[in-house]
Write a protein that binds this ligand. Sequence first.
Ligand code: FES
Ligand SMILES: [Fe+2]
Length: 385
Amino acid sequence: MLLNLLLIIVAVVVLFLAVIYVLMFVIERKRKVLTFDEEYEKERGKNYPPPYPNGWFSLGSADMVKKGEVVEVTAFGQKLAVFRGQNGIVGVLDVYCPHLNANLAGGCVKGNHLVCPFHAWEFSADGKCAHIPYTDKVPVQAVTKSWLVKENWGLILVWYHAQNEPPSWSTEGYIQELSEYKYHSKSSDILRIHLQDFAENGADFAHFHYVHNLLTVPVANKFVDVKHTVSIVFGEGEEGHTASFTDQADLVWKKSRKEIPHAGGNAVVTFYGPGFLVFRFTTKIGQMLLIKTFTPMGHLKVKMEDYVYAPKWTFPLSIKYLLGEAAAQFHDDMAIWERKNYALKPLLVKGDGPIMQMRKWYSQFYSSAKPVVSVAETTAAEINN
Ligand code: FES
Ligand SMILES: [Fe+2]
């Protein structure tokens, strides 16, 4: 009798979880795929700041290039050859061979050298030609640009600077909890946005109520609203390239506006320069860490990758649910960003959030920060926020 009762309870719980699962992933708010008129996109992008801010950027996960392999990557409006020598070290080179401009990514790896497919000149990871098989004199000009590379958190990172200045900050010491977390999954997407719009999103306090008030489970949205309490802190001194945004998302009953206890969650989003950020989710159903990387490929074109981690014993359905929520919220933002323009002097009012402070923080990543309006021009209403 007791066993039967237990079995019925287990069956009901499993059925309940299965229904939630189906609701989450079948009826989820999918990303709207837009088609883009490339001519118009050039027009849309005119007001935006330069497409490539300075900073550390991911080219992809470390396993995209194994020992002895070479791949071609598009980043910063150009092609790069990413190869891994037999010593395990990754080299990132400008793709066109200085000899007759063959594409080095079409070549092969020999030892620790990348070999051009056209006349077999060999290049080391520092970009210098190390060997020409049919002559013993290697010209000093036989060099292709090599990029500063780091492998951190399973990612291949390169330093980009519009004027080739050395890194002004290091990636060491961040995301230390990864060693205790378990890798869960990865996803990748191409976004037709400017990177800065993602950063401005965190400082745009007013949009949360209108864009992010829905859960992934449509039935729940009839009764429940998501209430966001948001704040942002900009790093100072040596941490000046960081900014930390906190979103406390609580669930409230639509009618009474009363909070539903223990149903909310908290996301702390830390920007490490313009190229990557970390979401740290803390909820009653579990924790999750998401590294989001942005690689600007071209004008209003960004490759975004999400790397998901969670504490070792997190219930997989919790991760799926949190991921589904995060993705749905992101898709709601994308529907705005991929069609928006850049307001050079936004008409801000009280309640809009520290958008101009975010622009000022972000302007440190541009070599020529032409469209950034100074904080002095921030409206009085915003200062009062
Ligand atoms: S073009 Fe590369 S070796 Fe000739
Ligand atoms: Fe948003």
